[in-house]
Ligand binder design. Structure first.
Ligand code: DX5
Ligand code: ZN
Length: 213
């Protein structure tokens, strides 16, 4: 299991230090939550701050867009060359087009599904994706409770990926800890995002390693 700590739960007053600490702690990706105050009822950081994050991060960035105007935000973040940019299926009229647009920057495209969305809706675009991010909380805030139905959803998504001979990885985001990570692993999940579990611990490296099962 790969681990992408979410910097949403970091102390933004010492962000560079907090980013260095998870990279030194052995994380696989640095998860960056971008919220616009419209798609979700919270507002986070833009490209100016994320540029500073990318300057100190020694692991690739995983940018999770929770915004209304996806193309506008993709264009803002593409120059920072994150490894992944993910956008919500629920907020995009032309997902297939946006996937190609993200790929045109040399960035891996990913789609995010909210708790109510069905993996089957990805049937005809799954082969174009490098990753699918399943939300295990409602997007907008760190520190929420894990929604257990995501485990079955991940298993169904894994079946779809195998059936379509697709290469997309499965990432799960929200309320992940060292207990529920085992069921996620069994369901075929490749990457977990963990915000409060990592940043709320005394030893980030130890918390990260406890998820790398
Ligand atoms: C929620 C964000 C998550 C969040 C995860 O909208 O997408 O990445 O920061 O935080 P925890 O692990 O605390 O649920
Ligand atoms: Zn996220």
């Amino acid at each position: 299991m790969k681990v992408a700590p979410s910097i949403l739960s970091a102390d933004f007053g010492k962000l560079a230090e907090e980013v260095r600490a998870i990279c030194d702690g052995g994380c696989d990706l640095v998860h960056v939550d971008v919220m616009d105050g419209h798609f979700v009822p919270n507002l986070t950081i833009g490209p100016v701050v994320v540029k500073s994050v990318s300057n100190v991060a020694t692991r690739p960035l995983d940018v999770h867009l929770m915004v209304e105007n996806n193309t506008f935000f993709v264009n803002l973040f593409a120059p920072l060359q994150p490894k992944y940019i993910s956008f919500h299926l629920e907020e995009e009229k032309h997902p297939h087009r946006l996937i190609q647009h993200i790929r045109s920057f040399g960035i891996s495209p990913a789609i995010v599904l909210n708790p109510h969305s069905r993996p089957e809706d990805l049937e005809y675009i799954i082969n174009d994706l490098d990753m699918v991010l399943l939300m295990s909380v409602n997007p907008g805030f760190g520190g929420q409770k894990f929604i257990p139905s995501v485990v079955e959803k991940a298993a169904r998504l894994k079946d779809l990926i195998l059936r379509k001979n697709a290469h997309a990885l499965i990432e799960v985001d929200g309320g992940v800890n060292d207990t529920n990570v085992h069921a996620l692993k069994k369901a075929g999940v490749d990457i977990v995002v963990a915000g409060s579990y990592v940043y709320g611990s005394d030893d980030y490296g130890k918390a990260i390693r406890s998820l790398q099962i």
